[in-house]
Write a protein that binds this ligand. Structure first.
Ligand code: GDP
Length: 235
């Protein structure tokens, strides 16, 4: 499965638990703060200009848009969070819907978290991860918009996110793979596709850990790196 997200087709929109598609085929969820670059990342992976059409109108940000991938797997485009203009009650409604979906959805095999590499891991991202990681399932963090950085700074931004995750979730950090990404310059597409294809290629690892490739890649990097006590919620 070389391009797992290509040829994705819109399936259905869900705004409440009873509107979710029946549990069955493996599902990959995409999440991120509003404007992090989630729609652009999905479109870049799908090789389309307008596949993800999550509306930014406040009243419609509580929806999950489902797409069917080649082979029958589903892509769930989760509502962007951290959108200031959303009324409080509505915000709480979809935060709960989203948290419940991530924590309990049986067919969910992995979460793609889109993070603006310039801002790093935000408190809302950490909260989302806290609710999800306990399930033991893997996460692919797309550190996006790295085209705004020179090559060396791209790696620095990626490692900063890795460090924040290791500091905030020491028990679950091995479930997370961080990839430097750019939708506009198509950086990190292949690496992201490898991770997604790994999730869809069969049942997730028994321990929920990353693919063997990702584990191999991360090991040398963590050697000699001081894991600072930095709280990601500060950034
Ligand atoms: P979403 O709200 O998370 O779906 O974010 P969008 O995909 O709509 O992107 C938000 C803004 O960031 C838009 O102005 C995009 O053009 C811009 N953007 C998204 N991805 C990239 C990227 O990889 N590089 C750059 N330079 N800008 C990006």
């Amino acid at each position: 499965m070389r391009h797992p997200v290509q040829h994705a087709e819109f399936l259905v929109t869900a705004a409440a638990d009873d509107q979710l598609p029946p549990v069955g085929p493996p599902e990959i969820a995409f999440a991120g703060r509003s404007n992090a670059g989630k729609s652009s990342a999905i479109n870049a992976l799908a090789n389309r200009t307008r596949l993800a059409f999550t509306s930014k109108t406040p009243g419609r940000t509580q929806q999950i848009n489902f797409f069917r991938l080649r082979g029958g797997a589903l892509l769930a485009d989760l509502p962007g969070y951290g959108y200031a203009a959303v009324p409080h009650a509505l915000k709480r409604h979809w935060q709960e819907f989203l948290a419940r979906y991530l924590a309990t959805r049986q067919s969910l095999v992995g979460l793609v978290l889109v993070v603006d590499a310039r801002h790093g891991l935000a408190e809302a991202d950490a909260q989302l991860l806290a609710g999800y990681l306990a399930s033991g399932r893997p996460v692919l963090v797309l550190a996006t918009k790295v085209d705004k950085f020179a090559a060396a700074a791209q790696r620095v931004a990626q490692r900063a996110i890795e460090r924040d995750i290791a500091a905030a979730f020491p028990v679950h950090a091995a479930q997370v793979t961080v990839v430097a990404f750019s939708a506009t310059r198509r950086i990190g597409i292949e690496r992201a596709e490898q991770v997604l294809a790994g999730w869809l290629g069969g049942p997730p690892n028994e321990d929920g850990g990353p693919t063997p490739d990702a584990a191999k890649e991360k090991a040398p990097r963590s050697r000699g790196v001081t894991r600072g006590p930095k709280d990601p919620r500060q950034g």
